[in-house]
Design a protein around this ligand. Structure first.
Ligand code: M6R
Length: 609
């Protein structure tokens, strides 16, 4: 939540920062701001709303400066407004700060600072940082920042500049991401790599409780005790083309259509049909470790949680290991009863979700192996676990997760086979058939996408409904949950998902002609049961739209409309049944005029609790 950027170098700073903020906008879009240093002066501009408002303001009244910082906000403390927009100044107007995260002790810090005579102008937690730096300032900005961060509690990433110690940008972080880009005679600091892709491939990830000092000629790194650090420079593999819309109206649509390739990329180099094996040595988890595993705990939030629910069913079926899936935001506050042979899996696209990271830290222990399944390379969660299995989905810009969900399913399917092989659960033949089916999934998804127009047309019949019920059983229940979440988050339509069998325990009371039911009903072990649930809805005047298998001859007579998906191995059907639901939500949201890529109140990475 919130995107921050800093730049020092020969390029024109204002357009560069605005361009960078656009690439960070998915992290929050309640307000945006920029501060640049022009000689003795800090020039600042802040606006409520999206980066386009900032651009317009800068077009009407340009700002001049040589280096600077920018921010796009997802509001936590203080309503979205121009006054609360970052960057924030100290009392003297010579220090300016941007911040991502939450300063949990800001009220007590504010009280102390007020007593010392500081004047506050905003309702934000961030403003205390500017005043603390002011309080500790002697001659070097980095020393003032280093002292100020000792007082902060919470998760944060900050970037500061000051005219009292010019030509310098200082960044510090604890619990929120920060990455430094090393260009030719120019340096960047950012919340993620997206703004850097056009400028440099050489990057350094700041770890918790580290400080970076960027000046015109070099970058130095410190720990929080001001000891110099020798940091590893990494080379980026992603390129800037990956974050363009490439002719699609929205990132979300482009990302839905990228799914076949994403799954091919996530499988690539990891499966062999000849040997019927999956190679996940890259995770760093040895055969010995996997052999010992008797229980798996999956921790995740949102869409990743839904992928975890499907992963549970795949792992239990293929590898015979019991799996528990927990909402990270709940799990972190529970009593943790850990089985000593547990593998902890943290599932997170961004690798930055605060609750997932905190829940993992709450149970992390040297004796328990851990694995992150992440999309963002070197993200905080990926760096915290023993091993990582990356989903090769590329950057996902649309706030609604689509391609990263199916990529997570793919990673979980691979993990299930990997564990099964090591533990000798399924025969070679069974594994080989599963892999064969998995390899066909990209082609199966292409078949669905080729018919996207049919889903678009069908979806138009549902644009004005305000309530939806989604039903599914077994592997299709998490798909129903995911379909309902997509509809809620991008169309703002109320949608609930239930396991088909739970209907008669309450939700059936909701059914009437104003509430259509979307049933996920591939031909599998619960198909007949779902038919009964469909009848229960139909007899109560409910409209039923089914996502069903192409070889299902019966379903058309039972429901009002059908979307067909290829018939596949039932365990893998979520890869296919999810895609029509993504398209369905997308087309409804577009028809309702919603901002598909940047839905209200949301942000891509939830880096606050
Ligand atoms: O980056 P993560 O996978 O940890 O994110 C988890 C959720 O915040 C995320 O899936 C969220 O629910 C999306 N908006 C869903 O589309």
């Amino acid at each position: 939540m919130c995107g921050i950027i800093g730049y020092i170098g020969p390029k024109k700073v204002v357009p560069l920062i605005v361009e960078g903020l656009k690439k960070l906008e998915y992290r929050g879009y309640d307000s945006a701001g920029i501060a640049v240093v022009d000689g003795e002066k800090i020039n600042r501009r802040r606006v409520k709303g999206k980066i386009c408002n900032l651009e317009e303001s800068l077009r009407n009244e340009p700002l001049s400066g040589y280096y600077g910082i920018g921010h796009t906000r997802w509001a936590t403390h203080g309503r979205p407004s121009e006054e609360n927009a970052h960057p924030h100044l100290d009392c003297t107007g010579t220090i300016v700060v941007v911040h991502n995260g939450i300063i949990e002790n800001y009220l007590s810090l504010k009280e102390k600072l007020l007593k010392k005579g500081h004047t506050f102008r905003t309702d934000t937690d961030t403003e205390v940082i500017a005043h603390l730096i002011e309080e500790y300032f002697e001659d070097l900005l980095e020393l003032a920042v280093q002292r100020a961060v000792q007082d902060l509690r919470g998760a944060y990433s900050i970037v500061a500049i000051s005219t009292r110690d010019p030509n310098k940008i200082v960044a510090a972080k604890d619990g929120a991401p920060s990455v430094v880009g090393l260009g030719e005679n120019e340096f960047f600091v950012s919340s993620d790599i997206n703004p850097l892709l056009n400028h440099t491939k050489s990057i350094v990830f700041l770890e918790d409780k580290e400080i970076a000092v960027l000046d015109t000629g070099r970058v130095k790194f410190w720990d929080y005790k001001a000891n110099a650090l020798d940091k590893r420079v990494e080379q980026l593999a992603w390129n800037s083309l990956l974050i363009e819309k490439k002719g699609y109206k929205h990132f979300m649509l482009k990302e839905i259509f990228e799914q076949p390739q994403v799954i091919r990329d996530t499988l690539s180099g990891r499966v062999s049909l000849e040997t019927g094996q999956v190679d996940l040595k890259e995770t760093g988890l040895s055969e010995k470790v996997i052999k010992r595993v008797e229980r798996i705990l999956i921790i995740a939030c949102g869409t990743s949680y839904h992928a975890g629910l499907i992963g549970k069913l795949m792992i239990e079926s293929m590898a015979g290991v019991p799996v528990e899936v927990e909402y990270a935001s709940e799990y972190r506050y529970k009593d943790h009863i850990m089985h000593e042979r547990t593998l902890i899996v943290v599932l997170s696209q961004s690798g930055e979700t605060a609750d997932s990271l905190a829940a993992f830290k709450a149970v992390k222990s040297e004796s328990l192996p851990s694995l992150a399944i992440c999309n963002v390379v070197q993200s905080s969660i990926a760096r915290e676990t023993d091993g990582v299995l990356y989903t090769h989905a590329g950057p996902e810009i649309g706030v609604a997760a689509t391609k990263t969900f199916t990529a997570q399913l793919c990673a979980l399917a691979l993990l299930s086979v990997h564990i099964s092989t090591i533990k000798g659960i399924k025969s070679k033949e069974e594994i080989k058939n599963f892999i064969l089916d998995l390899q066909k999934i990209p082609h199966n998804i292409e078949e669905i996408l080729n018919d996207a127009r049919v889903i678009e047309e069908l979806s138009q019949r549902f644009v004005s409904y305000n309530h939806f019920l989604f039903l599914g059983r077994w592997v299709s229940f998490p798909v129903a949950l995911e379909g309902a979440l997509k509809l809620k988050e991008i169309s703002y339509i109320h949608a609930e998902a239930y396991p088909g069998g739970e209907m008669k325990h309450g939700p059936i009371a909701l059914i009437d002609e104003k509430m259509p039911t979307l049933v996920v009903v591939p031909k599998d072990r619960v198909y007949e049961k779902m038919l009964s649930n469909i009848s229960e809805v139909k007899t109560r005047s409910g409209f039923v739209l089914a996502v069903a298998s192409e070889n299902d001859r019966e379903i058309s007579d039972r429901v009002d409309a059908v979307i067909r998906v290829p018939s596949v191995n039932p365990l893998l059907s979520p890869f296919l049944t999810t895609v029509p639901l993504q398209l369905f939500s997308y087309y409804i949201a577009v028809a309702r005029g919603a901002d598909v890529d940047q839905p209200r109140n949301l942000a891509k990475s939830v880096t606050v609790e």
